[in-house]
Design a protein around this ligand. Structure first.
Ligand code: DGY
Length: 333
């Protein structure tokens, strides 16, 4: 039986590519930038499996022209780049990489929180620009982190780890989400549930977003929400840019509506170099690197390879976002 055809949309950890190529006829897009949409669509047209990144748009027209496709393995925990409903309807299973990136992502979210509150990037620029002429009693003042309240929007895996980091700094934890978590978890984190997002926004000194991008979270944080925040608030987003109305964020930051922001994600990505946000000194923007540690990216790649191979074998991928698509098709490998 011929080996299944796989298209991998970027060079990932060699160990993962080795696992895939042993069992499949694999092609890897070698570019530094994602394959153009038309290329991806053409490759998907003859592929049994795709290993994709969050930069690859897997939409209905692509799925319509991919008759052999059984599995899409996304190298990310988020999968808002994929038309899940259509894939499910077509019996295509989708894998993602939860768990392995949780702590690494929370590390970066907390790093952004600290850097934005204490103006670390601005201070470093100040030093490099030769502006450090004396110890100034009013120079580069920021917000205290210890003891300040941390409001978490979405107490999932990453939200919980963010809360733990906050606890380490003596921060009271507030959280908002569709469901209240167990009493045991609340006790462990010292976290208080606020059923109304408005209450969390007005009570928190720091606000960090940890929900997936879905139709119900799109532009969840807009003008009205920023207006509820304290003028001293620091806003952190390491989830997805589309959760925030970026124009409203710009207004809040440039008018003193909030103190600062730390973003690892923007709407759109990459953020255009002429975006007004980039002219502000009270926002730090990193290029979607929250999971970017050597160890974590390798774990993500291996997990994505395992999801892909399981789907090709006709098994449910160990991390499958749409198990209802699983129809136990004929084994290929
Ligand atoms: C994800 O996994 O969804 C992150 O955004 C990238 O690691």
């Amino acid at each position: 039986m011929p080996k299944p055809k796989i298209y991998v949309t970027r060079k990932i950890a060699q160990e993962a590519l080795d696992l895939i190529s042993e069992k499949t006829e694999m092609e890897v897009w070698g570019g530094e930038l994602p394959p153009p949409y038309e290329t991806l669509r053409e490759k998907a047209g003859t592929a049994d499996g795709l290993l994709t990144l969050l930069t690859d748009r897997i939409d209905i027209p692509l799925l319509e022209t991919a008759p052999r496709l059984k599995v899409i393995s996304n190298l990310a925990v988020g999968y808002d780049n994929i038309e899940v409903t259509e894939a499910t309807r077509r019996g295509i299973v989708i894998g993602n990489t939860p768990g392995v990136l949780t702590e690494t992502t929370a590390d970066l979210a907390f790093a952004l929180l600290m850097a934005a509150a204490r103006r670390i990037v601005e201070a470093d620029n100040y030093t490099r620009q030769g502006r450090w002429r004396t110890w100034g009693p009013q120079t580069l003042l920021g917000q205290d982190i210890h003891g300040a309240s941390l409001g978490i929007i979405g107490l999932g895996r990453i939200g919980v780890e963010m809360a733990r980091r906050g606890r380490g700094f003596g921060m009271p934890i507030l959280y908002y989400g569709p469901h209240r978590k167990s009493e045991a978890l609340e006790k462990d984190l010292g976290a208080e549930y606020l059923a109304d997002l408005k209450d969390l926004l007005s009570a928190s000194d720091f606000i960090s977003v940890h929900v997936p991008l879905t139709p119900s979270t799109e532009k969840l944080i807009g003008r009205a929400e920023f207006q509820l925040m304290k003028k001293t608030a620091v806003f952190i987003n390491t989830a997805r840019g589309g959760i925030v109305d970026q124009e409203a964020l710009y207004e809040a930051l440039s008018s003193g509506g909030i103190f600062a922001a730390g973003l690892d994600v923007t709407d759109v990505e990459p953020i255009p170099p002429d975006d007004p946000l980039l002219r502000l000194s009270n926002v730090i923007i990193t290029p979607h690197i929250a999971s970017a540690s050597f160890r974590t990216r390798k774990k993500m790649a291996l997990m994505a390879a395992e999801n892909l191979l399981a789907g090709l074998r006709g098994e449910l991928p160990p991390n499958c976002v749409n198990p209802e698509a699983f129809k136990n098709p004929t084994k290929d490998i």
